[in-house]
Ligand binder design. Structure first.
Ligand code: THU
Length: 333
């Protein structure tokens, strides 16, 4: 494959090694997909300001993003004399600033992030997308298949690769499609935002012992979102779950009424909260709990469905009276 690489920005120092890995990643993608060697693709590194402008113009999204893919055969323009050049696949535009930021956030190198974004974008040019959870699974598997060829797969690196920014967005929408929208007030933007924030919180999980990161987000009655991740301890029993972390953060900032909680993990099925967290959700009577996973599968429940026989304030009051009387009797007698 012919790669027309250009570095059109000067905000981030992109070493020669990064360009080499990016080319290697794209060539691996071309081989896996058996693209003819005349196939041509453009790769341009830009800064945040420029990708922001492109994102606004072409996707009507008014913010910078990490990568944009422009497939040539999608253009509605009439064919030029001689017809369109079938070997021109399209253009990949990557924000080097965003790639650097994401690499820092996920604790890996700029080289690796650029290679991943280039593969992600190449797959878009080849017609892959991630609007539906099933398509996303397929695209992720394909990304992994290519990354394996250059020894950058999850197995090679011992950790999950972050999703490209646009994939994260589509996923949040796939999640919305899977929701029961009985209560319109609870659906909509907040859910997508909570999902994105919970996934981001999950990146902060301190899980040296279980290696099982969890992220959670709670929405308060005034619309504020608090997030939490699990935080473990060498004395295992002291570990705190993501859900309780998020709820306690909100409570300590003065919130006691919640509209919903969302929890997410890398499980195959939507991740269900543990009993201790259900008991805390019951304390605050959180009316809706959304259990999700990385693929955007979602399952809903109320706190009462999750913990039908939870311990309550009422029981505490009843039990306390009896115990005190019994105790008093014993002392007197
Ligand atoms: N964990 C959560 O944070 N939330 C859940 O709903 C299930 C379990 C955490 C606790 C521990 O850090 C790790 O997952 C493995 O149990």
């Amino acid at each position: 494959m012919i790669i027309n690489y250009r570095n059109d920005q000067n905000k981030v120092d992109v070493p020669k090694e990064a360009e080499r890995l990016l080319r290697k990643a794209l060539q691996a993608g071309a081989r896996v997909h058996k693209l003819p060697k005349e196939t041509e693709v453009g790769v341009t590194l830009v800064d945040n300001a420029e990708i922001h402008e492109l994102n606004r113009m072409y996707r009507q999204v008014d913010r910078p993003t990490d990568v944009l893919s422009f497939a040539l055969d999608e253009a509605d323009e009439p064919a030029e004399v001689g017809g369109p050049d079938e070997h021109l696949l399209g253009d990949i535009v990557i924000s080097a600033e965003m790639a650097r930021k994401q690499a820092e956030e996920f604790g890996h190198s700029l080289e690796r992030e650029l290679a991943y974004l280039a593969i992600h974008s190449l797959l878009h040019l080849l017609g892959y997308d991630h609007k539906k959870a099933a398509d996303k699974k397929l695209m992720r598997a394909e990304e992994e298949r290519i990354l394996e060829k250059i020894h950058l797969s999850q197995d090679d690196l011992g950790g999950g690769l972050p999703l490209a920014d646009d994939a994260q967005e589509d996923l949040a929408h796939a999640l919305l499609d899977g929701l029961d929208k009985r209560d319109v007030d609870l659906a909509g933007d907040s859910v997508a935002e909570m999902f994105e924030k919970a996934r981001a919180a999950m990146e902060q999980a301190y899980v040296p012992y279980s290696k099982f990161p969890v992220g959670a987000a709670v929405l308060t009655d005034d619309g504020t979102i608090y997030t939490g991740c699990n935080v473990e301890n060498a004395s295992y029993g002291l570990s705190l779950c993501a859900e309780r972390n998020a709820i306690f953060k909100a409570v300590s900032e003065g919130h006691r009424t919640f509209r919903m909680l969302l929890v997410t993990g890398n499980t195959t099925a939507p991740l269900a909260p543990c009993g201790a967290c259900c008991q805390v959700m019951a304390e605050f009577k959180i009316p809706r709990v959304l259990m999700t996973n990385a693929a955007g599968d979602v399952q809903e429940a109320t706190y009462a469905e999750l913990l039908p026989f939870g311990f309550s304030e009422e029981e505490l009051a009843e039990g306390r009276g009896t115990a005190e009387e019994k105790h008093a009797g014993e002392t007197v007698g």
